[in-house]
Design a protein around this ligand. Structure first.
Ligand SMILES: [Zn+2]
Length: 95
């Protein structure tokens, strides 16, 4: 299984304190193609860009280990996961 192109939600993480007061945070697992480290990222650490086609739809993050800027194509399922998880989304206007 090639997990370099997978992005899995690890589920919600309850914060300390009253869970009703703070919405749970969704954690995503991603891996870096440069240093091949796997790590967990909060929605804040990810960006999603939605373009006019699959080729211009991608998500990006900075590797916490080596500092590389990583950009990966985002399929429909990943787009859904990221938007549901509260990742900041940028819509690219093409043409
Ligand atoms: Zn890295």
């Amino acid at each position: 299984m090639d997990d370099l192109d997978t992005l899995d939600p690890l589920g919600t993480v309850s914060r300390l304190g009253d869970p009703a007061a703070t919405p749970p945070e969704v954690i995503f697992r991603a891996s870096c193609p440069e240093c091949r480290t796997s790590f967990e990222l909060s929605a804040d650490a990810l960006r999603l860009a939605i373009g006019g086609s699959h080729r211009t739809t991608f998500y990006s993050f900075t590797c916490p280990d080596c500092g590389s800027s990583v950009r990966k194509p985002a399929g429909d399922r990943i787009v859904e996961l990221l938007t549901d998880g509260g990742v900041r989304t940028m819509r690219l206007h093409t043409g």
